[in-house]
Design a protein around this ligand. Structure first.
Ligand SMILES: [Zn+2]
Length: 113
């Protein structure tokens, strides 16, 4: 389950940046997760419940922001939301495989004290 690894990395990063700011507790973590990553939100939340034990984030809230898959059309320059990794441009009908968004996997924000 690669969600566990994602949460462990996120917690490490969060603790490092909290410590760097002189904080002792993490209250809230917001993760930005693109649809293309295949990450399951419920699995992330479950992994977080387990992994936060004994860390600065032991009572923290995890928020997951899902980013839809977005393609870019090389023919007309339109940007559009696609359900799969290949989308058909709604403006000109060209098939586009150029991904603009949806691969994000990052710590978007952190609430610490
Ligand atoms: Zn187009």
């Amino acid at each position: 389950m690669h969600e566990v690894g994602i949460i462990q990395n996120t917690l490490e990063l969060a603790e490092r940046s909290a410590r760097a700011s002189g904080a002792t507790r993490i209250h809230r973590l917001r993760l930005r997760v693109g649809r293309m990553t295949g990450v399951v939100q419920e699995a992330l939340e479950f992994a977080f419940e387990v992994a936060r034990e004994g860390t600065m984030a032991s009572e923290a809230v995890l928020e997951v922001e899902t980013v839809p898959v977005s393609c870019w059309c090389a023919r007309c320059g339109a940007e559009f939301v696609a359900e799969d990794w290949v989308g058909v441009c709604p403006r000109c009908g060209e098939v586009s495989g150029e991904l603009r968004r949806g691969q994000e996997l990052e710590l978007a924000s952190l609430e610490i004290s």
